[in-house]
Ligand binder design. Structure first.
Ligand code: OAD
Ligand code: ZN
Length: 253
C-alpha cells in the first residue's frame, strides 16, 4: 500500500492550483454503502441496463422499472455521506476556482455540504412528469411502496398530481441526452483547470469520461483516485490507488 505518497503528491498539486475540477463516480459513494454499477457486486451484474435504464424499458414496464428505482431510492435514503464527500465539500472553500461534477444520482455530495454540484446524470430523488414540467423532490419523503412482492404495495406506478400522466425517475437513461448545459459547463471548467481530480469512476461512460482528455489537452494535471484500474489511467499524470474516503481527506490542507 504505497498510495499515501501519491496522495501527498496530489495534495501538493491541488494546494498550489488556482482552478480544480473534480469528476466523481459511484466509487466515491461505495464506502457509504451505495452499490457501484460495474464491480463484482455492481448493480449491472444483476440487472441488465437495457431492460431497466432506457426510455423503452420504462415504457414497456413502468411499474417494474419504478419498483427497482424505489428500491434504489430507499437504499440511498439509508446511506450517509462519507469522509470523501466531506473532504470535497471542504475543498470548495479553499481553492480559488472549484467545480464538482458528478455522475452520481445519490445526492450525497449535496448532503455533505457541497454547493453548486453539476449532476451530469440527474438525481434519483427528482421524480418528474413524462408529459408536463412537474418535478417533485422525494429526498426526505416516505416513499410509497410499489415493490411487487411487498404486502400493501401500490399496484400503480406514480402519476403526476398536475396532469395525471406517468411520473418517471429523474435520472438520465441510456440513449437520452444529459440535462441541458451540464456537459458544456463541465467541459469548459475542465479545459481551464490546473488539476482535474477523477474519483471513483471506471471511466467508460461518455460524455463524462471525456473530461480527462479535455483537461489534459488544456494543460491540467489529471489525478485519478481509484483502488482499481480505470479507463483513463493512461492519460493521467498520477493514479492514487486507494479508497476515496481515505484518500480525499489527505488532499485538504
Ligand atoms: P462504475 O460502477 O462503472 O465504477 C465504479 C468505480 O469505482 C470503479 O472503477 C471502482 O474501481 C471504483 N471504486 C470502488 N470502490 C471505490 C472506493 N472506495 N474509492 C474509490 N473508487 C472506488 O461507476 P461509474 O463510473 O460511476 O450512468 O459509472 C458511470 C455511469 O455508468 C453511472 O453514472 C451510471 C452507470 O451506468 C447512468 O446510469 C446514466
Ligand atoms: Zn404532469
Amino acid at each position: 500500500m504505497n498510495w499515501e505518497a501519491d496522495a501527498q503528491q496530489a495534495a501538493d498539486w491541488i494546494q498550489q492550483a488556482r482552478s480544480v475540477v473534480v469528476l466523481t463516480g459511484a466509487g466515491v459513494s461505495a464506502e457509504s454503502g451505495v452499490p457501484t454499477f460495474r464491480g463484482a457486486r455492481g448493480l449491472w451484474r444483476s440487472v441488465d441496463p437495457m431492460s431497466m435504464a432506457t426510455p423503452d424499458a420504462f415504457l414497456s414496464d413502468p411499474r417494474g422499472c419504478w419498483a427497482w428505482y424505489r428500491w434504489r431510492q430507499r437504499l440511498v435514503q439509508e446511506c450517509a455521506p462519507n469522509d470523501g464527500h466531506r473532504a470535497l465539500a471542504e475543498l470548495q472553500d479553499l481553492i480559488p476556482s472549484f467545480l464538482l461534477v458528478t455522475q452520481n444520482v445519490d445526492g450525497l455530495h449535496v448532503a455533505a455540504g457541497s454547493r453548486d454540484v453539476v449532476e451530469l446524470h440527474g438525481n434519483l430523488f427528482a421524480d418528474r412528469c413524462t408529459r408536463c414540467d412537474f418535478v417533485v423532490d422525494s429526498w426526505g419523503e416516505t416513499l410509497p411502496n410499489i415493490m411487487p412482492d411487498d404486502p400493501g404495495a401500490d399496484p400503480e406506478p406514480p402519476s403526476c398530481p398536475t396532469c395525471g400522466s406517468l411520473l418517471r425517475p429523474g435520472v438520465v437513461w441510456f440513449g437520452e441526452s444529459l440535462p441541458e448545459g451540464v456537459m458544456e459547463r463541465a467541459a469548459a471548467a475542465a479545459k481551464d483547470a490546473d488539476v482535474l481530480l477523477v474519483v471513483g469512476t471506471s471511466g467508460v461512460v461518455y460524455p463524462a469520461a471525456g473530461m480527462a482528455a479535455i483537461a489534459a489537452e488544456g494543460g491540467a494535471r489529471v489525478v485519478i483516485v481509484n483502488p482499481n484500474e480505470a479507463a483513463q489511467d493512461g492519460i493521467a499524470d498520477l493514479c492514487v490507488r486507494g479508497p476515496s474516503a481515505r484518500v480525499l481527506p489527505l488532499l485538504v490542507p
